[in-house]
Each structure stands twice: as structure tokens, then as C-alpha cells.
Design a protein around this ligand. Structure first.
Ligand code: GLA
Length: 386
């Protein structure tokens, strides 16, 4: 990312220097679609991030500019009342974060803001959470609002729910706000308690292969439909077990007992979630013992579940997963919400180059799309850049 260019562009647009903030995208080793079910996740912030430059402008309006968009939808001006929601998709994130802060009793005067970044869009690395977190962190710092990082993550999540339309869990915003260099975050999404799990395997790299099939979780509402399935199953189980508030609280036996009361589709989705929560716990145990073969095995199981039970994969992702398995890669799976984006691969260091060359070649031959490859570096969460 060309930070100098971003800074000089801000000055050119708004005539003054602004303060620079950044917040990263994320990976997730395992634990998918478990967050909104109160389960565990194991994400880490990455070295790809969104950057915002901000300066209060003394008015009650926001003037916003998206430096990476090349047409006239790259600028937006809006007030901060509920009815002022901007038309531009990217500006809704800025508006939403400010609105969520106002709803929490804060005053947000007008500001100028420029946005840029190198988190690939639609690749499953949470560019939107990165933007929400960068904006949240920036406004919190500029206006001395006193939100904790955890509260900023919740503000980002509420922005998705109320201004973007995706009823997401907390994983992405949490990783973006609380990420730590060299560590994954083992997050209990029910209590929001978390531990940092150092992740620096001696003999393996994490490699992302981007199918370049963009995913957009809002389109068609497929993500929200999964969440509704889980909620229906919880409601069925809770009739006999009122202590079950989320699928995290449910056992496979409790699920089996309501098999006749829920649709086959809801049943199999809930089964995936309950299994996935356990898989994450097993993976954490394996990590403690540096048992990466088991970690990898669990990743393949997650892919199988996401593809066959939760049905959030696509032919391109399945192809890359099959290819990794045939090649003998230690672990591989679709990462994030699904429906496109990346596979995350745990690859032995001495096999990385060969695997990437062969997998990308095979993928391109099959789909006539050149996939992108990203090497994962686990970095820090939201911060001000001096
Ligand atoms: C998206 C959502 C997250 C999480 C994942 C799936 O990234 O934003 O909250 O549900 O999908 O694990």
C-alpha cells in the first residue's frame, strides 16, 4: 500500500493533513459459522489492511472519498442523522459506524475522511470489518469517545447488521480490533473471553489461494438464511431445554431429538455447527502439542462440512480443496463466510512453491481464471499510524 500517496491525496482533496489510522483484514484457522452460534473461532489479523485518514471539518457533514474507486461513485457527502444514509456502498460503512456511536450516546461532529487499503475485496479476508474497525478506531481517537477495542468491534458488527444487511457474528471485527502480531485469537463468541494463541509453526506456512470468485454475503441473503436455520433449531430444542439459547449450548443428542420437528436442511446445518464447535476445541488441543497433522485433518473435515452440510462452498473452492488433498497438503478448506473467496492451506514449507505453482496452474486450466496467492503474516489490530 502506498501510504505516501494516500496522505498526499488527502491533502490535495481537503487542503489539510489528516490523522492516519489502519485496521487489518483477518484469516481464520478453523471455526466457521460458529460465531453467531455462540461458539469459538480462531482468527488472526493479517498484514493487509484498510487505511483511513480523518480530520474534523467543523461542519455537521461528512465528506468522504474512496481512493481505490476510479469512477464518480468514489466521493460521498452526507449528514449523520438516520435519514442521511449515503447511496454509495462503501460510504455506508462510515455512516453506519458513526450512527452506531451516536446511538450509544456520543456526539460525532462532521469530518473529512479518505479511505484506501489492500485487503482484497470479496476474498473472504473481511475487508468490510477492516474498514469498520479503522473508521471506529479513528473516530474514537479523534473525538476521545472512550470506547474499548471490544466495544469498537461490537459497533462494527452492529454496522453490518443495521446498515449493510449482513447478520454477521463478531469474529471479523474482533480480529481486526484486537489482533496481535504472531498470535491467533481463541475467542469464545458467547462470553467474548479470549486468549492469544502464539502461532508460528516451524515447518509450515499458511497460504491463501483466492478463487477470484467474489463473495458478497449480502447478495441473496444466503448468509442470513444459514443463521435463521440455526435459530429455528435452537427454538425447537429450547422447548424441552430452555437453557439452550444458542447452538453452542446444544448437544448432538438434543439435536437428534428434534429431527422430526425441523426441516432436513435446518437439521444438517445445525449438525455442522455443533460438530464445528467441537472441531475447533480439538484443533486447539492439537495446536498445544504442535500436532499439525491433526490440525490439517480438522481443516479438511471443516471443508467437507461447509461444502456438503452447510452448503457455502462452490465448484471453484471444492476444486482447490480436492487439489490440495491430492497433492498431499497438510490441511485445506474454504475460509470465512464462503460462497467464493479463498481457501486457507496449511502447507509444509518445503512444498509451498511446488504446491502453489501446480494448484494455480490446474485451477487456471479448469476455470480460465488466474487465482491469486497470499502468504499469511499475522499482524497487529487497529492502530494509529504516526
Ligand atoms: C463472515 C462473518 C463472520 C463469520 C464468518 C463465518 O466472515 O462476517 O461473522 O460468521 O463469515 O465463520
Amino acid at each position: 500500500m502506498d501510504l505516501k500517496n494516500i496522505i498526499s491525496k488527502f491533502k490535495e482533496l481537503f487542503g489539510l493533513d489528516g490523522a492516519v489510522y489502519t485496521s487489518p483484514g483477518r484469516i481464520n484457522l478453523i471455526g466457521e459459522h460458529t460465531d453467531y452460534n455462540g461458539g469459538f473461532v480462531l482468527p488472526g489479523a493479517i498484514d493487509k489492511a484498510m487505511v483511513v485518514i480523518v480530520k474534523p471539518n467543523g461542519t455537521n457533514k461528512v465528506r468522504a472519498f474512496a481512493l481505490d474507486i476510479k469512477d464518480e461513485s468514489n466521493s460521498s457527502e452526507f449528514g449523520l442523522e438516520e435519514e442521511n444514509k449515503p447511496a454509495e456502498g462503501w460510504a455506508k460503512f462510515i455512516f453506519g459506524v458513526a450512527r452506531e456511536m451516536i446511538k450509544r450516546g456520543k456526539t460525532i461532529p462532521g469530518f473529512d475522511i479518505a479511505v484506501s487499503g489492500d485487503v482484497p475485496l470479496g476474498a473472504g479476508m473481511s475487508s468490510s470489518a477492516a474498514l469498520e474497525s479503522a473508521v471506529g478506531f479513528a473516530l474514537n481517537d479523534q473525538y476521545k469517545l472512550g470506547f474499548t477495542r471490544q466495544e469498537l468491534a461490537l459497533i462494527g458488527q452492529a454496522t453490518e447488521h443495521n446498515y449493510v444487511g449482513v447478520k454477521c457474528g463478531i469474529m471479523d471485527q474482533f480480529a481486526s480490533c484486537l489482533g496481535k502480531e504472531g498470535s491467533l485469537i481463541r475467542l469464545d463468541c458467547r462470553s467474548l473471553e479470549y486468549d492469544y494463541v502464539p502461532f508460528n509453526p516451524k515447518n509450515y506456512y499458511l497460504v491463501l489461494i483466492d478463487t477470484c470468485v467474489p463473495h458478497n454475503l449480502a447478495v441473496g441473503g444466503e448468509y442470513n438464511k444459514r443463521r435463521e436455520s440455526c435459530e429455528r433449531v435452537v427454538a425447537a430444542i429450547a422447548k424441552d431445554h430452555p437453557e439452550v439459547k444458542l447452538l453452542r449450548d446444544a448437544t448432538i443428542d438434543q439435536l437428534k431429538a428434534v429431527k422430526e420437528q425441523v426441516s432436513a436442511e435446518d437439521y444438517i446445518r445445525a449438525e455442522f455447527v455443533i460438530e464445528e464447535i467441537q472441531r475447533l476445541l480439538d484443533t486447539c488441543e492439537a495446536l498445544k502439542k504442535d500436532d499439525y497433522e491433526t490440525v490439517g485433518q480438522k481443516m479438511y473435515e471443516t471443508h467437507e462440512g461447509l461444502s456438503k452440510k452447510y452448503t457455502v462452498s462452490c465448484p471453484e473452492l471444492d476444486f482447490l480443496n480436492d487439489y490440495a488433498k491430492e497433492f498431499g497438503v497438510t490441511g485445506s478448506r474454504v475460509m470465512g463466510g464462503g460462497f467464493g473467496g479463498c481457501t486457507i492451506n496449511l502447507v509444509k514449507k518445503d512444498e509451498v512453491d511446488k504446491f502453489i505453482a501446480k494448484a494455480t496452474d490446474a485451477y487456471e486450466k479448469k476455470f480460465s481464471i488466474k487465482p491469486k496467492v497470499y502468504h499469511v503474516v499475522i499482524g497487529d489490530g487497529a492502530r494509529k499510524l504516526e
